[in-house]
Structure formats: C-alpha cells, structure tokens
Design a protein. Structure first.
Length: 181
C-alpha cells in the first residue's frame, strides 16, 4: 500500500529537474569530508575526468595505523598523546589521499578537482604535478598555527595555481548534504 502511494505521488508530481554536475560533485566532496579524522578542518575531494566520471575520492586523515585526532587530540594543538609536546600535523590531506587513491596518476592529467576546502600550498604543489587543470572549491583554507591560537592564510597556493594556469572557481551553488557531526 505504501509503495502504491509513493508511485502515485510521483505520477501526480513528476520530477522536473536534477542536480547540475557542479552540485553533484561538490555535494559529494562535502559528504566525503565527513570521514575526516581532523578536529578542525573537514576536507574532502572528488577528482573528475573530462567525461564527468569520478576518478578518485579523498579526505583528511592520519597515515595508515597512526593516531586519529578525534580520538587522541590534534598534534599541533593538544600535543603528542604520550608526551604532550606540540608537533606537526599527523594528517595526510584529502588531496594527497585522493591522488594516492587514483592508483594510476596518469588518470589525473587534465582532471577537475572538487574540494570542500581550498588546497593548502603543499597540496597545490602535488595537484600541479599531477596535472590538475581546474579546482572548484567550497570554503577557504586557513592553516592552524602551532598551539592552535590562530590561523593563517596561504597565498602561495593561489599564486602557484595562477602561475601554472590552473583554473580556480568558488562554488556558490546549493549544499544538500550539510551533515552535522
């Protein structure tokens, strides 16, 4: 009975639109970002080829087998879980994980990157070397300084993209998967 009502509802109110490619891939990047183990930056990426096919996904997380920040704290803010000493970030960024997950980096030449968070300078260097031609981002990235008292912008990432002709576009479309953790 319930199925029949659902089908009848669709017959009376048929679908008349669908998500654009930008909406689809950005919402997927935002959804993937929810796998992030970082306490402060949720980053997720989707690499797309010229035929709108997904090449790879990635999100922020510690290297394989290492501590998860949501479990033991951020190395830059809370310190090492054994010593308390402030250290560098343990996480591998979404972009690097996405490059690794592509398995064959030749597939990334000429690809478009949809990312929940604009790439940091180190990631931009990797994206340039992988041959990414366009980056569509949702939010700006601000690097957390050691101790967690402030953040800083990394202008070098945008400067590199400009020098290398990587097209940058801010996503201003709808977000349908605004999942709260």
């Amino acid at each position: 009975m319930r199925y029949a009502l659902c089908v009848m509802s669709r017959l009376l109110n048929p679908k008349t639109s669908r998500l654009s490619w930008d909406e689809t891939f950005m919402n997927l990047a935002i959804l993937v970002s929810k796998r992030t183990a970082c306490k402060f930056v949720e980053a997720g990426v989707v690499f797309i080829d010229g035929n709108k096919k997904i090449i790879s996904l990635g999100y922020n997380g510690p290297t394989e087998g290492d501590y998860h920040c949501i479990d033991v704290g951020c190395a830059k803010v809370d310190g090492d879980p054994q010593t308390g000493e402030l250290k560098r970030c343990r996480g591998a960024h979404a972009e690097v994980n996405g490059i690794i997950n592509a398995q064959d980096t030749r597939r990334l030449r000429g690809a478009t990157l949809y990312t929940a968070t604009f790439p940091c300078y180190d990631c931009m260097k990797s994206l340039n070397n992988a041959g990414i031609k366009e980056i569509i981002y949702y939010e700006e990235y601000a690097r957390i300084k050691k101790g967690g008292k402030s953040t800083e912008k990394e202008n070098e990432a945008r400067e590199l993209a400009d020098r290398k002709g990587i097209k940058i576009k801010k996503y201003n479309g709808k977000v349908y998967c605004d999942v709260k953790n």
